[in-house]
Design a protein around this ligand. Structure first.
Ligand SMILES: NC(=O)c1ccc[n+]([C@@H]2O[C@H](COP(=O)([O-])OP(=O)(O)OC[C@H]3O[C@@H](n4cnc5c(N)ncnc54)[C@H](O)[C@@H]3O)[C@@H](O)[C@H]2O)c1
Ligand SMILES: O=C(O)[C@H](O)COP(=O)(O)O
Length: 525
């Protein structure tokens, strides 16, 4: 039974779903990295929010870990490259808390417009300072969105309902989408110049870090009010403080900070500054949504291999998984076969799908070919890290589909281009389930790629098979299956034998020494 650790506070629905789906679950929150390192080795899955930092050290200690599930959106607390390198799937729940976070941004915008926290403090202190608090209307004002994805677009929708004008800076926002959203797309400089309110809704990346830098803050309209419910690090906090002190910035509301938990900050106590402790996603509704979603996704993956909302591996629905499974097995075997037989500098791997195979989601098939191919040289390769490793090694990966059936109703062909030329192997599924090799380097040969095998290329001549059989018999080798193919009469022939025990280098050397043998190799599947 797979075992999952929930290491951050999560709605009880998550644990309930894991148990219903046959996944054992422990909830151990608030642990130090050292404490987490000590226990993580027992778990197949780790369910987190933003508090647990999934670092390389944690991943190194997580010897059984297969999946990290983030109940929420931001995954900047997960070292995704290290997870990918270790073959751990990282998934999030991209929509469950979007409305809630957008509402928090709007709430903070209103809080800034009417100085609500100060007015509340003053009133509860018995001061009744009616003349001190003079706010601004949002109606007719310009809201500048930096980032117009899920949350940004919900904020835009709500702001338009409040009769604001919405302008947006997002390099990935198409003009059609901007039109559909009812926002005006523009450059960052133009947005800074025009916005009365600015709200940030981008992830923290190398491009967005300090997007509101000292220089950019200086370009804003005097009196601008700024909201950040996205990620700390998008705003230069020291420059923001100076802008608030000088009065150039009319107000700022931060839900997120460069360092969290933000127990102290030069911004605390600054007039017109409001803060909340990373509460963007904290509503009952959002927490139930993300807890259910993360548990369903992780259980799907651990129980049936379905992949949803993964950031480092192609998606594969729980319904698709059973149909794709035999193809992935075939793809892995073909990748492994060509990998074991390869020699020379590898330039390109091509994966051709024909007939029924071409109608399927190709990404998992490609990943399986690469995993089979690269596993020849490393035990730690799997479907998750194989595409990254292939890229790292400068391998070109090509994907070709042809929905027309050829000799077989479904076929996968894997071709490998090296400095020695290009060669391919092809396979099909018998009864839509059993992987079978049908072609090896242009020679038709039908074989089950299973266990220990011996590959022999020889001159097609009478008596050879008998000689080989006798020699193997003398060595005490028991043949399981025997598959034969030849290019043309009297030309090159190929033999693939499955044998009961491991094919030793000594045995390979003895086979190579037989008259007529051009090459012999041990293969393993
Ligand atoms: N405060 C919270 O509790 C809370 C809750 C949920 C999400 N978040 C954070 O909010 C952010 C946005 O979430 P989302 O779901 O809308 O993400 P999203 O991926 O749907 O949208 C992000 C948008 O940012 C845009 N973008 C990327 N680089 C950009 C750049 N250099 N300049 C301008 N735009 C850029 C993208 O094109 C995309 O449209 C994330 O960082 C997420 O972690 C915070
Ligand atoms: O990215 C997110 O989903 C938010 O930052 C929410 O974080 P939390 O789950 O820690 O509240």
């Amino acid at each position: 039974m797979p075992k999952v650790l929930i290491s951050d506070k999560m709605d009880p629905k998550a644990a309930e779903i894991f148990r219903q789906r046959g996944v054992e679950v422990d909830e151990i929150t608030g642990r130090t990295p050292e404490e987490l390192k000590a226990i993580i080795g027992q778990y197949d899955g780790l369910a987190i929010r933003s508090s647990t930092k999934v670092t390389k050290e944690i991943l190194d200690a997580a010897t059984n870990l297969k999946v990290v599930g983030r109940a929420g959106i931001g995954v900047d607390n997960v070292d995704i490259p290290s997870a990918s390198a270790k073959g751990v799937v990282v998934m999030n729940t991209p929509f469950g808390n979007s409305i809630t976070t957008a509402e928090h941004a709007i709430a903070l915008m209103f809080a800034l417009a009417r100085d609500l926290p100060e007015a509340d403090k003053s009133t509860q202190a018995g001061k009744w300072e009616k003349n001190r608090f003079m706010g601004v209307e949002v109606t007719g004002k310009t809201l500048g969105l930096i980032g117009a994805g899920n949350i940004g677009s919900i904020v835009a929708d709500r702001a338009l309902g409040l009769k604001m004008k919405v302008i947006a800076y997002d390099p990935f926002l198409t003009p059609e989408r901007a039109l559909e959203m009812g926002v005006e797309k523009m450059t960052l400089d133009d947005l800074l110049l025009r916005a009365d309110f600015i709200t940030l809704h981008t992830p923290l990346t190398d491009q967005t870090r300090n997007i509101l830098s000292r220089e950019n803050l200086a370009k804003t309209k005097k009196g601008v009010r700024i909201v950040n419910c996205a990620r700390g690090g998008l705003i230069d906090e020291a420059a923001l403080k100076e802008g608030l002190d000088s009065g150039h910035i009319g107000g700022a509301a931060l839900d997120v900070f460069v360092t969290e938990p933000a127990k102290e900050s030069p911004l605390f106590g600054t007039p017109n500054f409001i803060s909340t402790p990373h509460l963007g996603a904290s509503t009952n509704e959002a927490q139930v949504n993300v807890a259910i979603q993360v548990a369903e996704q992780m259980a799907d993956f651990l129980v049936s291999g379905g992949v949803t909302n993964a950031l480092n591996v192609p998606s594969l629905s729980a319904e698709e998984a059973p149909r794709l499974k035999p193809y992935m097995a075939l793809a892995e075997k073909l990748g492994s076969l060509i990998g074991q037989l390869a020699h020379g500098e590898i330039a390109r791997v091509s994966i051709h799908s024909e007939g029924a195979a071409a109608e399927l989601n190709q990404k998992p098939i490609v990943s399986a070919v690469l995993a089979g191919f690269l596993r020849v040289h490393s035990d730690t390769v799997n479907m998750v890290n194989a595409p990254f490793l292939a890229k790292e090694r400068g391998m070109e990966v090509r994907e070709v589909r042809n929905e027309k059936e050829g000799d077989y109703h479904t076929l996968l062909r894997v071709s490998l281009k090296t400095d020695a030329g290009e060669r391919s192997v092809a396979g099909t599924l018998f009864s839509n389930a059993q992987p079978r090799l049908v072609e090896l380097f242009g020679i038709k040969v039908e074989a089950d790629l299973l266990g220990n095998m011996l590959y022999v290329v020889n001159e097609d001549a009478p008596g050879f098979i008998g000689r080989l059989g006798t020699s193997l018999g003398e060595d005490g080798v028991n043949i399981g299956t025997f598959h034969l193919g030849r290019r043309d009469t009297g030309g090159e022939a190929v033999l693939l034998l499955s044998v009961d025990d491991e094919v030793t280098p000594e045995l390979v050397a003895r086979v190579r020494a037989l008259p007529g043998v051009k090459t012999a190799m041990a293969l393993k599947f």
